[in-house]
Design a protein around this ligand. Structure first.
Ligand code: ZN
Length: 300
């Protein structure tokens, strides 16, 4: 059955128009009685309808279209099913749901395959058009920042003075008043404590500096899309284990695309001349300052 046949029906006319539909049929567990053969559809209504089992007739909102052993179809409430047919019905219900889920997933994969060129294009756009800098530009920028923009000693200073979040800190002398307040406060706890002469002050924050340490995650996301675009195929004849894995991996698709876009957006905020010039707060020597300037100017 296709996903269309498994869709939840909300309108009774859709059911009554079925060629083999009967309002009511006498069901019997006797050897020659009419029994349930299969569940062929499910529905949920806003107003109650009568159960098609003649001896029941209970009004209900939610149930199944069932095919009978005589070829006709009736509607039965999901509770009636269990009451009248017991375990057999529960098994049929389970089987129906398994088939329904499979049909939906099959449809999803089929549609995904059909719009694969579109998905690929969307992915390329995220890489190339999220901002002024493309994914590759950002990747190169991070490499430069780590490897060649600054020399060994400059990198040591950066490591020591820039926090993982990009805060550039500086030790500044406390004012006499600040020290007094602190001393008073510490004495208030009944114990004299050592009060430092200096305090750590954040003088600037390099926006999105933490992207440098997180960039491998962006590479992983890119690899995910490249793999998915290779693996997404028409599900017809696909081995079940491949089908299941693909369906599972597809669940992350949209979330991952948002994540990838976020990485590109952050990269574009990190690599601006203004943001990179903040590194010059760490240095005094003109050689060092000129290295910062040259690097930052690449992103002017
Ligand atoms: Zn019933």
């Amino acid at each position: 059955m296709s996903a269309q046949q498994f869709k939840l029906i909300h309108n009774f006319e859709e059911i009554s128009a079925r060629p083999n539909f009967m309002e009511s049929v006498h069901i019997s567990q006797n050897e020659d009685g009419i029994k349930i053969k299969d569940l062929v559809g499910h529905y949920q209504f806003k107003e109650r309808i009568k159960c098609g089992i003649a001896q029941c007739g209970t009004k209900h909102l939610k149930g199944y279209i069932v095919k009978l052993t005589n070829g006709f179809e009736i509607v039965i409430g999901h509770v009636c099913g269990k009451n009248n047919f017991g375990v057999d019905f529960t098994n049929k219900e389970r089987e129906f749901n398994t088939q329904r889920i499979h049909a939906e997933q099959y449809q999803t994969l089929k549609e995904t395959f059909e719009k694969l060129p579109e998905l690929q294009q969307q992915f390329e756009e995220v890489l190339d058009q999220t901002g002024r800098l493309t994914f590759i530009d950002i990747k190169m920028g991070i490499k430069r920042l780590q490897m060649e923009a600054f020399d060994y000693w400059m990198n040591q200073i950066i490591k020591a003075k820039v926090t993982s979040k990009g805060a550039i800190t500086e030790e500044q002398f406390k004012t006499e008043q600040e020290k007094e307040i602190e001393e008073e406060f510490s004495q208030g706890w009944g114990k004299k404590q050592y009060v430092r002469d200096t305090k750590t002050v954040t003088v600037a924050v390099i926006d999105e500096y933490d992207l440098v340490a997180e960039w491998h995650e962006a590479e992983k996301l890119k690899a995910y899309f490249e793999r998915m675009h290779r693996e997404i195929r028409n599900p017809a004849g696909m081995p079940n284990n491949v089908f299941k894995k693909l369906i599972k991996d597809l669940r992350d698709y949209e979330h991952n695309l948002d994540e990838l876009k976020r990485f590109c957006t952050r990269g574009n905020r990190l690599f601006t001349q203004e943001n990179l010039m903040k590194f010059s707060l760490l240095f005094n020597k003109s050689d060092d300052l000129s290295k910062v300037r040259v690097f930052a100017e690449r992103y002017a």
